[in-house]
Design a binder for this molecule. Structure first.
Ligand code: CA
Length: 224
C-alpha cells in the first residue's frame, strides 16, 4: 500500500514515515500542497494523509481540488484543528476520516487499516482471486496458503493488480506505481515484469489479460 503523507511538520512527518514504513507501507512525504500535487501526477497512491495547515495552500482547499480532479483514493485528515465545523467541512469536501492532533500512532494505524479495508477489500482485509490471497494489512500474498516468494517489484505489481482487480490498469499507472525514485519505468520493463508475474501466478488460476491499447486486467482463469 502506497501512502502519500502531506504534512509540513518535519518531525511529525519523519516519525510517521518511520512507523508506517515499519508496518509495511510505502510512505512518500510532501511538505507542501504544491509538491503533493506534483507527486500525485507522477506516482500512484492508495491513501492520502492530509494535514490542513500547510504553508502554501489550505488543506481543505487542496482536498476540494483533488476531489474535483476526480482523485478518488481515501483521504484521512490529520490536523490540530479540533472544532466541529472544520471536521464537518472536511468530511463534506470528501475526506473519509478525520483525526485530531495530538493522536496515538496506534489509533492512526488502525484507522488507516479500516479505511483501506472499506475502500479496497469490502469488509475483509483480504482480497482473494483464484487461489491467491492478498492480506492488505501485512501486504503478503499467499498462493494455496503458502507465502508467494516474489521480488519487491513483482510483489508491488501483483498487489496493485489485486487491489485494482476488475479494473483495467494502464501501463502509465503501473510505471508510476513501480517507480520509487522518480525514474519512470520503460514500457518494455513493465512488459518484462508482467511476463514474469504471469508465469508465477497462472498455476494458481489467475491470469493477467492484455487489453489491447488499454492495459492489463487481472482475472480468474476460466475453466470452461
Ligand atoms: Ca501543518
Amino acid at each position: 500500500m502506497n501512502i502519500l503523507l502531506i504534512e509540513d511538520d518535519a518531525v511529525l512527518a519523519d516519525g510517521l514515515i518511520h512507523t508506517l514504513s515499519n508496518s509495511g507501507y510505502r510512505v512518500t512525504g510532501a511538505i507542501s500542497g504544491h509538491y503533493a500535487k506534483h507527486l500525485l501526477q507522477a506516482q500512484d497512491f492508495d491513501v492520502i494523509i492530509l494535514d490542513l495547515g500547510l504553508p502554501d495552500i489550505d488543506g481543505l482547499d487542496l482536498l476540494r481540488q483533488l476531489r474535483r480532479q476526480k482523485i478518488s483514493m481515501p483521504i484521512l485528515i490529520l490536523t490540530a484543528r479540533d472544532n466541529i465545523s472544520d471536521r464537518i467541512d472536511g468530511i463534506q469536501q470528501g475526506a473519509d476520516d478525520y483525526m485530531i492532533k495530538p493522536f496515538e500512532l496506534r489509533e492512526l494505524e488502525v484507522r488507516l487499516q479500516a479505511l483501506i479495508r472499506r475502500c479496497y477489500g469490502g469488509f475483509s482485509h483480504t482480497i482473494v482471486m483464484g487461489r491467491l490471497l492478498l492480506d492488505t494489512q501485512t501486504h503478503q500474498i499467499q498462493a494455496d496458503g503458502q507465502l508467494l516468494a516474489l521480488s519487491p517489484r513483482e510483489s508491488a505489481l501483483l498487489e496493485f493488480l489485486l487491489i485494482q482487480s476488475g479494473n483495467v490498469v494502464c501501463k502509465d499507472r503501473i510505471a508510476q506505481r513501480l517507480s520509487s525514485d522518480g525514474d519512470a519505468l520503460a514500457d518494455n520493463a513493465i512488459e518484462v515484469y508482467i511476463h514474469r508475474l504471469r508465469k508465477r501466478i497462472e498455476p494458481y488460476d489467475v491470469l493477467i489479460r492484455t487489453v489491447r491499447g488499454l492495459g492489463y486486467l487481472l482475472e480468474n482463469k476460466d475453466h470452461d
